[in-house]
Write a protein that binds this ligand. Structure first.
Ligand code: HEM
Length: 380
C-alpha cells in the first residue's frame, strides 16, 4: 500500500517497535509531526540508503563528521575514521575491554533488583569508551549524567534543550581534547591523541572537526550501547535456554546471536536523509528537499523479508540492517560488536541465572528512542 498519513511517530509516547509493527502492513511510508517521510519497509529503506545521489546525508546545519557529508568529501573523512576502527587498531584493546567488563559484573550485587540499562549498559558503555579513547575515569559521572539528560531531551522533542545538551557535551570533549593537543610532544599515546594528529587534505583536523568526530563516537554511541545491553539482557532473562546455548558458543556464534536479537528489537531507530530531486519511493512521489527517515527498527522486522520474525541468526544475517547499509554503514560495527560480546560473556561467566524481576515491569523507551528505558533483572 502506498498511503501516507499525518501521524505522531516522532513524539508518539509509544513503544516504537510495537507502533511500527502496526503501521507497516498498511503503510510503507508515513509522515510524522515534523513533516518527515518515514520509510518503514526493508526494500525502501535499503533503496534510499544505497541511493547516495538522490538521498543526501547533508541533513543538518551543524558540522557532522563524517555522517553529514556526501560523495568525495565523505570518503576523505571516513578514511581517517576507519583507521581507528579497524581490526588491527582495535585488537590491542580486547584485554582492556575484558577487564572493564569483568570488574563491572563482579561488583554488581546478586539477588537484588538491578536495572540492566542504567546499572549495567550505561556504566559499561561509559567505562569501555573512556578506556578506548584514553579518557580519565573521573569523567564517568559527568558522562552518565549527560547520557540521561540527552535521552530526556530527545524524548521531549524540545529543540532548544537538545541544542543545549549537545553544547554541554562539546564542553566535556573540549576539556578532554585540549590537554592532548597542548601537550603534543609528550602526550600519551592514546586514541584521542592519535586522532588529534590526523591529517586530511594535507592539514590537521580543526578543533571543530575533532569535536564532531568525538561527539559521534561517544555522544551517540554511549546511549546506543547502553540500550543494546538492555535489549540483550532482556532477551537472556526471557530465554534461559539461550543462556545455556551461549555459555558454550564460539565468539562468532555469540556475535551472530547478538546481531539477531538486535535485529528483532533494534534500539538504534533511524537516520535522516534529504532528497536532492523529486523521487518516487514506497509508491509515493516525494518532492525535492524533503526530509526522509530510514527507520531501521521497522525495516528489521519487515515480514516481507523476515517472515514471521522467528529467531534465526543464520537465516536472517544477510538482510540485517542494525548497522545500516551503503557508504554510511556503521564504521564502528566491529567495536560495538566486540564490546557487546565481551560484556555478554563476562555476564554469562559470572552469573548462574539472569531472571526478570517479579513485580517490576520492564519499561519500554518511547519514540523516537528505542529499546528499554528500564529493564529490571535479578542476577544470581
Ligand atoms: C552500539 C551499537 C551501534 C549501532 C546499532 C550503530 C548503528 C549505526 C547505523 C545504523 C549507522 C548508519 C547511519 C546512516 O546510514 O546514516 C551508523 C553510522 C555510524 N556509526 Fe554506528 N552504531 C553503533 C555503534 C557505533 C560505535 C561504537 C561507533 C564508533 C565509536 C560508531 C560510529 C558511527 C559513525 C562514525 C557513523 C557514521 C558513518 C558515516 O556516515 O559514514 N557507531 N551507526
Amino acid at each position: 500500500m502506498t498511503d501516507h498519513m499525518p501521524d505522531d511517530l516522532s513524539a508518539a509516547g509509544r513503544d516504537l517497535r510495537a507502533y511500527t509493527d502496526e503501521l507497516r502492513p498498511k503503510h510503507s511510508v508515513v509522515r510524522n509531526v515534523s513533516g518527515e517521510w518515514v520509510l518503514l519497509r526493508h526494500a525502501d529503506v535499503v533503496a534510499a540508503a544505497m541511493d547516495h545521489q538522490r538521498f543526501s546525508s547533508r541533513v543538518s546545519r551543524h558540522l557532522q563528521v563524517p555522517n553529514g557529508f556526501d560523495g568525495e568529501e565523505h570518503a576523505r573523512y571516513r578514511e581517517v575514521i576507519a583507521r581507528h576502527l579497524s581490526h588491527e587498531a582495535l585488537e590491542p584493546f580486547v584485554p582492556v575491554f575484558e577487564s572493564v567488563a569483568t570488574q563491572l559484573i563482579a561488583r554488581l550485587p546478586r539477588g537484588v533488583v538491578l536495572d540492566a540499562v542504567g546499572e549495567i549498559g550505561a556504566v559499561f558503555a561509559v567505562r569501555v569508551q573512556c578506556a578506548w579513547l584514553g579518557w580519565p575515569a573521573a569523567l564517568e559521572p559527568q558522562l552518565l549524567a549527560w547520557m540521561e539528560e540527552n535521552h530526556a531531551a530527545t524524548r521531549s522533542g524540545d529543540l532548544a534543550w537538545m541544542v543545549n545538551v549537545a553544547e554541554q557535551f562539546d564542553k566535556i570533549i573540549f576539556a578532554a581534547i585540549l590537554p592532548c593537543r597542548a601537550r603534543h610532544g609528550n602526550a600519551p599515546d592514546d586514541v584521542t591523541t592519535r586522532l588529534c594528529r590526523e591529517v586530511v587534505d594535507g592539514r590537521s583536523l580543526t578543533e571543530l572537526e575533532l569535536v564532531s568526530i568525538l561527539r559521534n563516537w561517544t555522544g551517540g554511541d554511549l546511549g546506543s550501547l547502553a540500550l543494546c545491553v538492555g535489549v540483550l539482557v532482556a532477551h537472556l532473562a526471557e530465554q534461559p535456554g539461550l543462556v545455556e546455548r551461549l555459555r558454550t558458543a564460539s565468539d562468532s556464534e555469540v556475535e551472530a546471536v547478538i546481531d539477531e536479537i538486535l535485529r528483532l528489537d533494534d534500539p538504534f531507530v533511524s537516520n535522516r536523509r534529504i532528497t536532492t530531486c523529486p523521487v518516487h519511493i514506497a509508491g509515493q512521489d516525494i518532492p525535492s528537499g524533503a526530509r526522509v527517515k530510514l527507520n531501521w527498527t521497522s525495516a528489521n522486522r519487515d515480514e516481507a523479508v523476515f517472515g514471521n520474525n522467528r529467531f534465526d541468526p543464520e537465516r536472517n544475517a544477510a538482510a540485517n540492517l542494525v548497522y545500516g547499509i551503503g557508504k554510511h554503514a556503521c564504521p564502528g560495527r566491529l567495536l560495538a560488536t566486540w564490546e557487546l560480546r565481551i560484556a555478554l560473556r563476562a555476564l554469562l561467566t559470572s552469573v548462574h541465572t539472569i531472571a526478570l524481576a517479579p513485580d517490576h515491569k520492564p519499561e519500554r523507551e518511547v519514540a523516537p528512542v528505542g529499546g528499554y528505558r528500564r529493564m529490571p533483572v535479578i542476577l544470581v
